[in-house]
Design a protein around this ligand. Sequence first.
Ligand code: EPZ
Length: 426
Amino acid sequence: MLKISGRAQLSGHVPIGGAKNSTLAVMAACLLSSDGCRLRNVPAIDDVDSMVQILTSLGIKIKADGSTLDIDTKHIGQSYVSYDLVSQMRASFFVIGPLLARMGVARVPLPGGCAIGARPVDLHVRGLQAMGADVHIDRGVVQAYTRQPGGRLKGAKIYLDYPSVGATETLMMAATLADGETILENVAQEPEVVDLANFCRAMGAKIRGAGTKTITIDGVQRLHTTDYSIIPDRIEAGTFMIAAAITKSIITLSPVIPDHLIAVIAKLQEVGVRVIEEAPNRLRVEGNHHYRGTDIETLPYPGFPTDMQAQMMALLTLSEGNSVVKETVFENRLQHVAELCRMGANIRLKGNIAVVTGVPNLSGAPVMATDLRASAALVLAGLAAEGETQLRGLQHLDRGYDQIEQKLRNLGANLTRVSESTLEQI
Ligand code: EPZ
């Protein structure tokens, strides 16, 4: 359990780590080359540990030195990922594209749903089939084989019904070693997709258009080693920006790429937060004593990111007037509403729309995290609330944030992680 003392006042500078959602895809992409790769600026989070386990289970050797990973992909011992690993983290499904492209075969269990939604992978499967793979689902396992001689996929023109980040990444990775040209249309434009494309290009892949609606990949025979640094995590940055706003504090944060946060910065400024670009990769955030509500609709990038919806809602509970929050990306990503209401927030839920009416204060309470970003939102609410908040379900928080408590304590917040069994401080 995490005990959070309210009415925190923050100050100082917070370092931002490497992007979780880029790291996980890039680690999968290492499988595309037998030369191995070095990755830098990798965050120390549970999801990365899970991906290390998954690659290791395939026979890959990984050496970690701080935030640097040396990944030796010379030998892939097997092309089957076990269910218990995949069920721990859905992103492990991202290995299917690289495995299939490299080995001609991949057997990856269907990732179950999770708290925020059913999380189907039909777009991944249909795209691989369009590239000539024989893909079928047998007892919960996606079995994929290439039919081409020598086990290669063939280039194809694929239109994604929805700009799915994962499907874009799976198909882009698979296409790097396919025969001929692949054109992916209506793709995701998230910065993490661009980072993955840049990583594959650093290994010798021929990819154009990442960050736009259409990505073109010319398949090559093989990819080579590279030494690559992951981009800063825009969602971690956004989370700390809201920590400053909700506690009416002033902090700076770096490294950050402001271009990756245009929608978040715009919404924070609309509410009344001052955001100043102090240097090319450094932001200064100045909280205010009064905020006005605003409307949020989550959309694929460059729209407002669904991964910032819960954190922004925490701030809106203390912003004057009514704010309409519409979650359009996932079908069940509003579970933090009930927990915020336990802290005194005034939120009415109607399907995928939450109407938040600002209140003068929140009050600390025992609350339960349901998913990664909901847990972050509850930490933020606890920092602003009167009294102490006790947050349970910390396994969600630890999946995606690297030492968030330590970073908040370094800014002046008072948080203590207590082991429930012994109720002593750890
Ligand atoms: C990635 O998930 C991120 N995870 C998520 O971050 C993020 O919220 C999401 O993209 C949207 O930005 C990683 O990168 C590891 P999607 P992903 O495929 O790829 C539907 C976090 O908090 N869909 O873009 O799974 C799907 O159901 C996590 O860091 C299909 O219908 O997201 C959803 O409604 C949470 N069929 C929508 O698309 C498919 O084949 C967006 O999903 C694939 C997706």
